[in-house]
Ligand binder design. Structure first.
Ligand SMILES: [Zn+2]
Length: 110
């Protein structure tokens, strides 16, 4: 699934600092030159236009990231996030990226 162009200004709220922890640890573990962020904050308008996105997506609260580390298996990334960071993280590995959030909603599909 390709979700281009879904990183938007957060109108002052910014991404949650825990999301920065996530990127920090993944960089520390894999030491790659690049961590691709395919989606971060989304406005409700953008979210509504995305096929498969949950209506109440955590992306709209700036509390979710869709990431991919080149040459690293998405399943491994999802496992590592839960192992090394916060077990409460919900990480859903997909074909092209891993969706990570720590919201209470567990019905996310895209
Ligand atoms: Zn996502």
């Amino acid at each position: 699934m390709d979700l281009p162009g879904t990183i938007e200004p957060t109108n002052g709220s910014g991404l949650h600092p825990w999301l920065m922890d996530l990127l920090f640890v993944l960089h520390w573990k894999y030491n790659k030159d690049e961590i691709k962020i395919l989606s971060g904050y989304r406005t409700s308008e953008t979210n509504a236009q995305l096929e498969g996105a949950a209506l109440n997506s955590q992306h709209m609260r700036a509390m979710a990231l869709d990431i991919h580390i080149p040459d690293v298996d998405n399943d491994a990334v999802a496992r590592d996030v839960k192992t090394f960071i916060y077990a409460a993280w919900e990480c859903t590995p997909g074909r092209d990226f891993v969706h990570c959030d720590f919201g209470p909603l567990r019905s996310w599909v895209g």
